[in-house]
Design a protein around this ligand. Structure first.
Ligand code: HAM
Length: 419
């Protein structure tokens, strides 16, 4: 029986070669798009001080319930990163990036850890790509960030997406709205779930995120956050909308889109996919104009998003393109040919020809079967006879045609064929 520890942890998964090709294609699309939009890659450590995350989302599920945290042998409280905005802001401050340039546009592709209840599209180790742009508070930045997310999805071929857009205003607006919302909810407090009752005091905006039908019903008549916007919040949001219209980007207004982390100000957005089930958010993000300052840096506006890569691949559906097949398969006849087979394989590979041979020393019949299975276009057959004559037999695996070619001239010959 397989031992218990030969089983990956619940909510984590291996990405095997038949899948990694799809990941690489997605990563290539992301990197190319980031390059086009002028974003540079940032890589941060897998773990940070617990305090860093606690200071950006104390009232949130991610921070209060889902973090993988531990105290190390030196007594430091550490956490595997559950999201990347806080680490990127930490790095931005620590490396004084703001002092070196007024605009910093950063992107990442990384693994994250959240102890959530696993289900389709929701894992305990998952991957995100995302961006954080520091320096501009202006709506053209918001529009660029949203356009960039959509550009990646478009390039990779994702369809059936909806962009949901909201503004949760400045901190002044939110503080007013919190009171307005509490006043509205007070008469209904006993009808709210325990979670919402807990949120009522410390984070009432999160109640808007509820999935419970009876709470959604109550909230139908709730005051809208837009009623609490300041004049600047309103002007900012209207300009974001105007710019999205100008770029031809469609969106739907979602006044209850508050997002699950505490640092957001003004613009928040989410992109969902009709190809997914309950976990339909492909991407979420927004503005966080106060976060750099909260973490001890100079006041610097920021905006970003992160997108779940497992969800993107799920939404794309199965694709059985399993990468680039072998081009040449070398079949060795007899013990004497073995070094020549190894040497020829190396020569061809050095010339960027995808080559394989049979390291299991199987029969010729088995090797020919393997050659056909590998997807190779041609087989090169080498045995004692061929070594003596200095010629190998080249077999076209589609037509079955065979011809002798000088071993020394093989690279040139194969290069002259279109494989
Ligand atoms: P988030 O909404 O927590 O935002 O995560 C962004 C995306 O990550 C989600 O829309 C989803 O696609 C994916 N995701 C989240 N949790 C899981 C999970 N357990 N399994 C699989 N996929 C998951 C953030 O993380 C913010 N840091 C985004 C941001 C960047 N805001 C500003 N800048």
């Amino acid at each position: 029986m397989t031992k218990e520890f030969i089983r990956s942890i619940k909510g984590t998964q291996d990405i095997l070669p038949d899948q990694s090709q799809r990941w690489q294609a997605l990563e290539t699309t992301i990197r190319n798009t980031m390059d086009t939009y002028g974003y540079g890659e940032i890589r941060t450590p897998a773990f940070e001080r617990t305090e860093l995350f606690a200071s950006v989302g104390e009232g949130t599920d991610i921070v209060s319930k889902e973090m993988y945290s531990w105290t190390d042998q030196g007594g430091e409280n550490l956490t595997l990163k559950p999201e990347l905005t806080a680490p990127v802001v930490r790095s931005f401050i620590q490396n004084n990036l703001g002092g070196q340039s007024p605009m910093n546009k950063l992107y990442y592709i990384d693994a994250l850890f959240r102890r959530e209840r696993p289900q389709k599209g929701r894992y305990r180790q998952f991957h995100q790509f995302g961006i954080e742009a520091f320096g501009s508070e202006h709506p053209e930045m918001d529009a660029e960030v949203i356009a960039l997310a959509l550009a990646v999805f478009n390039d990779i071929g994702l369809e059936g997406l909806t962009l949901k857009l909201n503004s949760i205003g400045s901190s002044e607006c939110r503080s007013n709205y919190r009171n307005t919302l509490r006043d509205f909810l007070k008469p209904h407090i006993n009808d709210l779930s325990e979670t919402s009752q807990n949120r009522f005091e410390n984070n009432p905006l999160r109640i808007l995120d509820t999935k419970a039908p009876h709470e959604i019903e109550i909230l139908k008549n709730a005051p809208n956050i837009s009623d609490s916007w300041t004049a600047e919040d309103k002007a900012h949001f209207e300009e974001v909308c105007f710019l999205l219209d100008t770029l031809g980007i469609q969106y739907s207004l979602a006044s209850n889109l508050v997002r699950g982390l505490d640092y957001y100000t003004r613009t928040t957005f989410e992109i969902t996919s009709t190809a997914l089930g309950a976990q339909d958010a492909i991407c979420g993000g927004g503005r966080y104009d106060g976060l750099v300052e909260t973490l001890g840096g100079k006041p610097t506006p920021g905006i970003g998003f992160a997108a779940g890569m497992e969800r993107i691949l799920l939404a794309l559906g199965d694709d059985d393109s399993s990468g680039n097949p072998t081009q040449v398969y070398i079949v060795g006849l007899g013990d004497g040919a073995r070094p020549s087979v190894a040497k020829l394989a190396e020569d061809l590979r050095q010339n960027n020809i995808r080559t394989d041979f049979d390291p299991l020393r199987r029969s010729i019949k088995a090797q020919m079967r393997e050659a056909n299975k590998s997807g190779a276009t041609i087989a090169v057959i080498i045995g004692d006879k061929e070594l003596e004559s200095g010629q190998a037999e080249i077999k076209d695996l589609k037509t079955g045609d065979q011809e002798p070619v000088k071993i020394k001239a093989l690279v040139d010959h194969i290069n002259s064929l279109t494989l």
